[in-house]
Design a protein around this ligand. Structure first.
Ligand code: QAP
Ligand code: CO
Length: 174
């Protein structure tokens, strides 16, 4: 299964992802393809909509202390719902769909989510730190929201200018 990243300003990133109802082989095939794709592209989190499948599925593989991303740390999250959120934290975020741009974003520090695994089993996860930040970032993708939408007006303007210049450079070097 060959996946391609959808990059800003592609309108497909703005769709609201649909609930997953069938936990079948085609879902498993997609999840199985997303993980190596994410590692190859140096990602720590990826929502299905970023590879043009607008369904409520996302994966996360937060690096450990040695910077490794072992398979046992892979989290597959389907149909997540946030049931608790508290505190505040700021982190310099990036996104595979917004390459080469990083900016501080404010998020909740601690969250609890209910979600389903690839078999449709219901799970609860209570977490904080980078995993909580990453989950909030990926859950935003399910609503068509990107981290750049959370920037101040001035920062967003700066981003649009930088990003346009960068895209021109990338086009010329292709
Ligand atoms: C979302 O982001 C995230 O610009 C996952 O050139 C971000 O995996 C969660 C990436 C921050 C928590 C904190 C970005 C790879 C990867 C790039 C990513 C790039 C190559 C971003
Ligand atoms: Co992203």
């Amino acid at each position: 299964m060959k996946l391609n990243i959808v990059e800003y300003p592609d309108k497909r990133l703005r769709k609201k992802s649909k609930e997953v109802k069938e936990f079948d082989a085609s879902l498993h095939r997609l999840l199985d393809a997303m993980h190596p794709f994410m590692l190859e592209t140096n990602g720590i989190g990826l929502a299905a909509i970023q590879v043009d499948y607008p369904i409520r599925a996302l994966i996360l593989n937060i690096p450990d202390e040695d910077g490794e991303q072992p398979l046992e740390n892979l989290l597959e999250i389907i149909n997540p719902v946030m049931t608790y959120k508290s505190g505040e934290t700021t982190y310099q975020e990036g996104c595979l769909s917004v390459p080469q741009f990083y900016e501080d974003v404010k998020r909740f520090d601690t969250i609890v989510i209910n979600y389903q695994d690839r078999y449709g089993n219901t799970k609860t996860l209570d977490t904080d730190g980078l995993l909580a930040i990453a989950i909030q970032h990926e859950m935003d993708h399910l609503e068509g929201i990107l981290f750049i939408d959370k920037l101040s007006y001035a920062r967003r303007k700066k981003f649009e200018k930088e990003y346009k210049r960068m895209q021109k450079e990338r086009k010329h070097s292709k």
